[in-house]
Every structure is written in structure tokens, then in C-alpha cells.
Design a protein. Structure first.
Length: 214
């Protein structure tokens, strides 16, 4: 079957569709089973439940950012194999997005009201880093994934041992993010300068602190 080449307008429409699905809908994932399904809920106190809810809301917002970063980079990445790696990773991030959203709802809460803002900001950052060239955009990706792994480690320390479902999701996400990091490095990602890494940590702290509450 003949495939039509996407025009610029097609690209904009596809991008808008992706953005709306990420922030408001249920974007298609890779088809994996939610890791929380293989475990049962423990008895959580109201404090533990509230803490889990806030942490899982932060994780959901982080996955909204991940989607936008990957989409932004896929828009501007020069090499076709880099673009396809970005799209593949974005699909896996969709699993995380769906699992976190489901867990937030099970815990009786809502996802971050500022998700449209997180998406827009991350899309711009992703597109900008894509413009710097594949070496730097892959390096940026590798560093982002490393920071997410560290952040998820912190969440595993904070989540109650009884919240087995959230822990199962966060544990699987950590494994996947480490894999994404390694893929980006083996694809040629450069090591970022320390000041850039520090700025990234600072920016993610703004998001995580805000999404914890709103
Ligand atoms: Fe993720
Ligand atoms: Fe990732």
C-alpha cells in the first residue's frame, strides 16, 4: 500500500492529537500489563494513602513531561534512526503514563491540574535540544532518564511498604528508565556539562514540588 508523506500541516495535527491524548486521554501504550495487577493492595493508613497519591501524581506529571520531551525531540531530530528510537521510547512512556493515571484514580485523587503547562514547557525543551543535534539531544535524554531513576529511587524510599501496587509500578518504571538511558548513551549521547545538569535538576524540582500539591 502506498503511504502518503506527511505534510507540515499533517505534522501539526498529529502533534496536537498526541498532546491532547497525553494530557486528557488514554494514549496507546506498548501493550504490556500493568505491573500493579500482579499484586494486591495492602491496608494503607490515611496518611500513607495521601502520601502515595501525591507521589503518584508527581510521577504521572513526570510522564507527561517525558512524552512531550520525546515528541519534541522526534520533531527535530536529524537522523531517522534517532527519530524512531525517540518514538519507540515515547510509546513505552505511555505505559507509565497509563499506569500512574490509573493508580492516582485508585488512590482517590486527580492528576496534576497543571499538566497542559508541563507538556508545553517540556515540548519546547525537547524540540530545542533536538535542534542542537542528535549527539546533544541523546545526551540530554540520557541525563533526563538518569535523573528520573534517582527520583524514582527517592519515591521507593518514601512509599509505604504496604502500598504494593504503587511500588510495583514505580519499580518497573525505574527498570525501563534505566534502559532508556542506556539506549540513548549507546546511540551516541554526549555527556552534558555539569551546569546544564544542575539546571535540569532545578527545573525538575519546580515541577515535582508543584505537582505534589496541584
Ligand atoms: Fe517513564
Ligand atoms: Fe524513560
Amino acid at each position: 500500500m502506498l503511504q502518503r508523506k506527511h505534510t507540515f500541516v499533517d505534522g501539526i495535527i498529529l502533534q496536537a492529537d498526541q498532546a491532547l491524548r497525553t494530557v486528557f486521554g488514554e494514549p496507546p501504550g506498548s501493550g504490556r500489563t500493568n505491573p500493579a495487577e500482579s499484586t494486591s493492595d495492602g491496608e494503607l493508613s490515611s496518611t500513607e494513602r495521601a502520601e502515595s497519591l501525591c507521589l503518584m501524581r508527581v510521577n504521572h506529571a513526570g510522564e507527561v513531561c517525558a512524552q512531550a520531551l520525546y515528541q519534541g525531540q522526534a520533531l527535530t531530530a536529524r537522523r531517522a534512526d534517532t527519530r524512531s528510537q525517540m518514538r519507540q521510547a515515547a510509546e513505552e512512556e505511555n505505559d507509565h503514563l497509563a499506569w500512574c493515571r490509573q493508580r492516582v484514580h485508585e488512590l482517590g485523587g486527580h492528576t496534576s491540574l497543571l499538566n497542559p503547562l508541563w507538556y508545553t514547557g517540556s515540548l519546547a525543551i525537547g524540540a530545542f535540544s533536538g535542534l542542537l543535534g542528535d549527539k546533544w539531544s541523546l545526551g540530554f535524554l540520557a541525563e533526563t532518564e538518569q535523573q528520573v531513576v534517582n527520583h524514582l529511587d527517592g519515591h521507593l524510599r518514601r512509599l509505604s511498604d504496604r502500598d504494593r501496587k504503587s511500588r510495583a509500578i514505580v519499580g518497573q518504571m525505574k527498570t525501563d528508565e534505566a534502559k532508556h538511558r542506556n539506549t540513548a548513551i549507546s546511540a551516541g549521547g554526549a555527556k552534558l556539562p555539569e551546569p546544564v545538569k544542575k539546571m535540569m535538576t532545578l527545573a525538575s524540582r519546580v515541577m515535582t514540588t508543584t505537582a505534589f500539591r496541584i
